[in-house]
Design a protein around this ligand. Sequence first.
Ligand code: AVJ
Length: 319
Amino acid sequence: MSDFQLTRTLDEHAADSALRHDVLHGLTRTPKSLPPKWFYDARGSELFEEITRLPEYYPTRAEREILLERAQEIAAASGARTLVELGSGSSEKTRHLIEALPALDTYVPVDVSESALAGAAQTLLDAHPGLKVHALLADFTRPMVLPPAPGPRLVVFLGGTIGNLLPPERAGFLGSIRAMLSPGDALLMGTDLVKEESVLVAAYDDAQGVTAEFNKNVLTVVNRELAADFHPADFDHVALWNAEHEWIEMRLRARSDVVVKIRALDLVVPMEAGEDILTEVSAKFRQEGVRAELAAAGLELTQWWTDAAGRFALSLSVA
Ligand code: AVJ
């Protein structure tokens, strides 16, 4: 008998007001910016899945290699009875972990997308009928309360998505993770690693232009949700390596002077030729930097695993 519960902590209105806030503040400041979370409407999620299969985009393959290689070690180190996945997406990554956790009782996928949650849960319940699934519709970058479930817990935050947060936001996020952990719980986190600029830029500017379409899709989201009139063809996709901060920046660069109307906000946004909207940072990490950021949040790094080529890392840390 499968046991599935869904707790909603986000209402539809919350998402709409968050988008309005982000667009109003992001497009009226200099430099202009939009948070990457708005990429992921149905089309954006589809494009991201396509990105994970691109030859240039190594992070997903590298992380999967580590998960396959180290699932038993991770399971033995954590002994988790509850697995909490932040940003569950398709949960494909987590399947290997779930299969390796013999004592697992409850899986708690956390995502802002209800369709992603429902899809992930159904797939896992089909494969693990005895598993309890308690899905949480929540924005994991905001403080949240986990549903009651047996400890010890393993919180997993995979894919390198921690890199989308700027250093101050990462400190707050890791602090909120620490706050939800009890002694004996652990965090498994995926981090992409610093490497040659050419490899990094290619991963965010693939030859087929899938990432370019993914980047421009945020304009389509704003057009649809806020009755705006962005023309994606008026913008170039830009991916560059910021060596000072050690992060990739994705930008949308105006090809010419444009004036965009955001009707739902009664806002007019003029942009000059060459002006950018920053749409994402994707930070790349070094082991000592991760150790320090975890320690600052009260978490002790206990295991560091990389793929054979040393491109990506999974870290295990304990409260
Ligand atoms: C899903 C946030 C980990 O930063 O590599 C992929 C998103 N952006 N290609 C990343 C992304 C451009 C991805 N994360």
